[in-house]
Every structure is written in C-alpha cells, then in structure tokens.
Ligand binder design. Sequence first.
Ligand code: ZN
Length: 433
Amino acid sequence: MKYLFILCLLLSTTAFSNTTIEEQVFVTGYTQKQFDTIKKKTELIIDHVFKSQFELYGPKGMTKYLDMIGVQYIKASAHKHIDNFNDYPDFSQITKALKELAKKYPKILSLTSVGKSQRGRELWVMKISDNVDADELEPEFKYISSMHGDEITGRELMVELIEYLAKNYNKDSRVTKLINSTEIYIMPSMNPDGSESRRRSNANYKDLNRDFPDWMRGDTNRTNSRQIETVSVMNWQKTRNFALSANFHGGAVVVNYPWDTTKTRHPFDRLVKSFSKQYADLNPAMRSSTEFSGGITNGADWYELNGGMQDWSYYWHNDLQVTVELSDRKWPRYSQIKGFWDDNKESLLKYMELIHQGHGIKLKNSNAVGTVKVLQHLTNGRTKDLGSYGFTNGEFYKVLETGNYTFVVNSAGVESRAEFMVDDRVAPKYIKL
Ligand SMILES: [Zn+2]
C-alpha cells in the first residue's frame, strides 16, 4: 500500500522543466529494462552512465522507489567522489583571487558579474583581451565551469588559466596572439552556492544542467520560471556574440559533444567532433581512454540529457559548445589539481584558438538585425546550403570547417554577399559590409 502510494506520487509529479534533488545514489546493479523504466521517470536525473553503474538524482521517495523496482544502489555519501573537501579555497577566496588578478593586469583583464546566485553570490566573469574595456571586432569565446557545484576541478583550472594567460601576455607569443585577436570570457563558477555546500544542485536543490530551454520538449528560449543562475547566463548570452564555448564538469574524463537531447546528428557533427578530438588528443587521460574511443562521445549516444546548457547554446545562439568532463573524481584531492592543469593546459589553449577557424561579418549599423545564409563551396564545384542563422548587433561570426564559403546576408530588406576562405590561422577574420 505504502509503495503503491509512492509509485503513484512519482508518476503524478511528472515535471519536465526541472527536478528537485533531495536524494542521490550511485546505482550499481540493474538490468536494461530497469534502466529504461528509470529513464521514463522525467523527475529522476541520470548522469555519468558507465557499464555497470550510473548516478541518479531525484526527489524524496526516490530510494524507496528503487527498492520497489529492485535495483541495487549505494547512497551518495558512501560514494567515491565525496572525500577531502577542506583544503579548497572557498567562494570568498576565489573572489579575492579574481579581484587581485584583475587589479594586477588591468590592460587585459576585466572582472564583472553577470548576476547573483540564489544566496547572493556574484557570478563572476573574467574578460581577457587586448583593449579589454573596448568591444572590438574579434570573435567571442567562453568557458563556464562548475554549474554542478560538487564538480570542482574546472573551477580551479579556470582560475589557473586566467592567471596563466595574464602572466604570459607579451612574454609568450602564442598567448599574446590569442589575447590580441580574441575576446575570451571565463566564468569559473556558475553555481557558487552548490560549491559552498559541496553539492550538485543550486540552493533551491535544482540541477542547473537540466534547467535550460530544450527545443525537443517544446520549450521556447524564455527565462520564465528558471533558476536565477540559469537566467543570468541566458541574459548574458543575449548581450554577446559567442561563437564557441565549453563547459566543465567532473565524474568522468571525456569531451561530450552535441546533441545531448536527441540522437539525431548535429548539423555540424564533423566540425564539433573534430574540435572535441583536438581537445582530447592533447590530454593524456582522454586520448588513452578505455571507456570512450579517442576520449570523445556524442552526448545522446552516451545518455540522453534534457534541458542542458550545451544544446541550448547552439540551438538558440549559434554558439557551438562542448561539455568537458575533467576528472573521474568530482572533488579530487586539492594536491591533484596541479596534475589536472598540466593535463589540460594545452587542450584549453588549443580549444580557444579553434574559434579562429571561422569567419564573420560586420555591418555598419551596429544595431542591425538579420539573417545569414551559409553556403559552402565544395571541391566538386557544387554548393551546399548549411542553413540560415539570425544575428543581432550588426555582427555575425560562425566557426566552420576549413574551405570556401559565401555568406548571404539579409538585413532591413537589403541582401549582400561575403565570399571568403576559412583557415585555422589565429587572427580575427571579418568582412565589413
Ligand atoms: Zn556535471
């Protein structure tokens, strides 16, 4: 009777937009049929699926439900990820470190906040570029880390990366070139409340990587009834022209590329796979992965995920994004961070440089809106239509495979064309129309 009640409760509380995380387990024994049954429960969140285990998050009653359907699990408190918390910097120390860096390198670093978390912590973003206070005609790149608060490795690597770039500006020619030709934005912590509490969810017990609009479930790109951290990122994205990005997680070691929400291939599947491969090839643990061939995976091929940031980013904003899982342990020993930095440094630099494998246009009117049709000229003389994309702020930039292209630009009833070649040189490439 009691179980029947719980079953009814779980069935009746179907919520597509997001899920409260009050219980979390590590499922260790299950059949494919049980997995499929769990997958149908939209209020339960599946993460990091491996051959014989996966993580499961959900509302109160979840573990009773698992007992009822007979799967084996261990409570997350007994989970291998949870150990050794205390030697990490806390939010105020991260804030202090970012402020000090911005003060020390004012010509190339600018620290702003794009909003506040549920508990009032700033969502810090460091912009890194030459003439950092100007909005120059350069492609816009971003890294976001730790939207899952207990996946901490990326936050530390982001602070490390900011410092590395700043220190090496005008010393190392590769770093200097990158900073001179790119507008880089880095958000080390999208979920500071979660990290302070050492947990996945935000302060409202919501999973931010299930909280973004998802076209497959019929959402529109609106901020209504979403978490404050999600809304802040959505509003920030609208003000920029990001063309390439990555977001960092932990609990596995792999580059996960879109789509997550459907097994249909991404329209730029070959491109995003190649970018993912270039990240993974420079990371020793990824390139030698025994779990994932070549250290990369298509998102939905691994496990389907709805309401994720990665798919939202490209679908609505033409901002190609991958999800990088940095460490098997979500919260490794702090002394290991240096090793993760060494393993990811080259990948992080390379992936930023990849934004230059693309092309842009700039209209005289900086308020112009319109569309760009992308035509690729193939070597056999044919032309391939790669789709149409909206733009705002008189500016459009798209990462592409190397080759020859035409942009057919429509704005205010006027059509213009830009013809160009895409290569991988690190330099801003725009045609002014
Ligand atoms: Zn995660």
